[in-house]
Structures are given as C-alpha cells and as structure tokens.
Design a protein around this ligand. Structure first.
Ligand code: AMP
Length: 312
C-alpha cells in the first residue's frame, strides 16, 4: 500500500535531561524529531520534517532521520545555536520542571513548506506559536487531514491565534491539563465537547500512563497506555504518540473514525517505546518486529474474549 505524505512541523532540539537515573546532556530532542522517528516506523519514505537547526547541530542526527526514510529537505540550517531545552523530572517521573528554554534559531523560525508534487498531505503541527501553525496550513492549500498539538503557554498567551488555529484543524491532540485549561471545564468529556465546538471534529486527550481518549462524531473511544515494567524517560512520549497516530493515518490514507480508533493503538505503542529509553534512544532502535510484537501484546491486553454480557 502506498501512503500519503505526512508533513511534520515542530522543534528540533538539544535536550538536557535530569533524570533519577542520571544527568544526560545534549540529547537529541524536539517535538518534530520524536514525531518523525515514530511516524517513520509506520510510514517509511513518506515523512517530511519542517524545522530549523543551528550551526552546532550534527549532520549525523539528520542522517539518522534520513536513514529511516525521513525527508529532511525542509529542515533549515541557520547561523547560531540550535533550540535547547533543559528539564528535570521528579523521582517517580510523574512530573517535570523546565529549568531552561533557549529558543536560539527557533526564535525566528518561520516554517517554509517545500513545494511537493502529489496529493495533499497529512499534516502534524507540533507545539509552536499557533499563528505559525495556521501559516503552515495556509501554505499547503488543501491538506487532507491536519492535527495539532499545543501547550499551556499558548493557551494563556495567544487565545485569539489559538482560536483561529482550531477553526482550521481536524484533530487537536492535547494532554488532560491542557484540555481543561483550554476549555475551562474539569470534566474531560465536557472539555472535549467544548473544544470540538470551536473547530476540530476530533479531539484526543492524552493521560500519560492512564491512556488516551478520542472524542469524535462516532463517540468516545479509549486506548490504554501499554503497561511497562520500567519507564526511563517520558520526554517526547506525547510527540511519539502523535507521530505514530499520524503515521498510521497517512499509511491508511483515509482518516475515518474506524481508522482513527486503530491508529490510537499504534500511537500508544510508539509512545510506550519512547519512554523505554533516554531521549529517542529506544525509538531509534525499534525494528518492525518489535512493533508487531507490541501491537499483538496490545490486542491481548484489551481482548476480553467475546461479548460483554452477564454469564447467565
Ligand atoms: P514532550 O515530552 O512530548 O512534551 O516533548 C518534549 C520535547 O519538546 C523535548 O524534546 C523538547 O526539546 C521539546 N520542547 C520543550 N519545550 C518546547 C517549546 N517551548 N517549544 C517547542 N518544543 C519544546
């Protein structure tokens, strides 16, 4: 099956990670990086990244992406330093604090989508200024399906731009805290309904180790997070989830409610791989057989063996 192109826009970064297991410096990171690595495991040769790096960014990292079939021709290299993020996790990894964010070349980032032949693509708008996200949508003309992520920072500071973005996208992927903040509703069911009224037909609310909920015209759907014995680093899990989801949709080409529901499991699987290594190390090592095994384990996880009826 040939898939449709998937365009991923977002940060490409160096991360400094303070984890209970140790301190890790200059780790390859960024939302676009995680999303592209996850998506490429599903829709190899169909993933394009648009982003910016500085003069200090090793060509080898871009080569790693290309080795997985990712088209990096939309990654601009600018004089200056690459975006840097420094995060510190709590001992149980349940929370994290941003110690430092240095935008560097990302401060002037104005995404330029390279002209591509063929059908309108699927688009994943990583967490950047909502005006830039809207800009990308207008550059593409008639994208088939647009998903976007956002964060508290934009919800608080750019409500008008975010409102405009919401009118232009098909799916918003956020975590529970962001959904509550954006909607002003504590109930996630009400939060999703409120967000859907503002534009996107579908909303996914991620709840970390508690799985993810999808709300769309076909109703409410739940996919669990894969229960892991050990989590090493949650950085990038949300982006890997979104990348896996969109990789699956691009492969299937038709983002119907049924396809979206199956995509949720692939998204969850990619998120689960991500947290098994420091930075993107585990994602970089995953092979198709690992993915097949995890998907089979997922099917078993939710298989209750028949109808849900009273055993009369
Ligand atoms: P996640 O854990 O899914 O929220 O993604 C973490 C990744 O997002 C890290 O690799 C960071 O480099 C990147 N990141 C952190 N802060 C920002 C920001 N303000 N804008 C864009 N990307 C960011």
């Amino acid at each position: 099956m040939t898939s449709s192109p998937l365009l991923i826009v977002g940060s490409i970064a160096f991360d400094d990670l303070d984890m209970p297991s140790g301190q890790y410096r200059d780790v390859l990171g960024g939302a676009a990086t995680y999303a592209a690595l996850a998506a490429s495991l599903l829709a190899r040769e169909h993933v394009r990244v648009v982003g910016v790096v500085g003069a200090d960014f090793p060509e080898a990292h871009l080569a790693d992406l290309r080795a997985r079939g990712v088209d990096t021709s939309g990654v601009e290299r600018k004089p200056g330093r690459t975006f840097r993020w420094h995060g510190r996790y709590s001992d149980d990894l349940s929370s994290r604090t941003t110690i430092d964010t240095q935008l560097n070349v990302f401060a002037e980032f104005s995404p330029h989508v390279p002209a591509v032949p063929g059908p309108s693509p699927f688009v994943l708008l990583g967490n950047i200024h909502p005006q830039l996200q809207t800009d990308v949508v207008s550059q593409i003309g008639r994208p088939k399906f647009v998903a976007a992520d956002t964060m508290n920072w934009w919800i608080e500071r750019e409500p008008a731009h975010l409102a405009e973005l919401l009118r232009k996208i098909d799916l918003l992927v956020v975590n529970d805290e962001e959904a509550r903040q954006l909607s002003g509703q504590h109930s996630l069911v009400r939060a999703a309904a409120d967000i859907r009224k503002r534009g996107p037909k579908a909303v996914i609310i991620k709840r970390g180790e508690f799985g993810a909920l999808l709300f769309d015209d076909a109703g409410t759907f739940f996919a669990p997070a894969y229960p892991l014995e050990e989590v090493l680093d949650p950085t990038g899990a949300g982006d890997s989830f979104a990348g896996g989801l969109m990789g699956y949709l691009a492969l299937a080409r038709e983002p119907s409610p049924a396809v979206l529901r199956r995509a949720m499991f692939f998204a969850s699987a990619l998120g689960s791989f991500c947290v098994e290594g420091i930075g993107p190390s585990r994602l970089l090592a995953v092979v198709p057989a690992d993915l097949a095994a995890r998907i089979a384990a997922f099917a078993k996880l939710v298989d209750f063996g028949g109808e849900l009826s009273l055993p009369l």
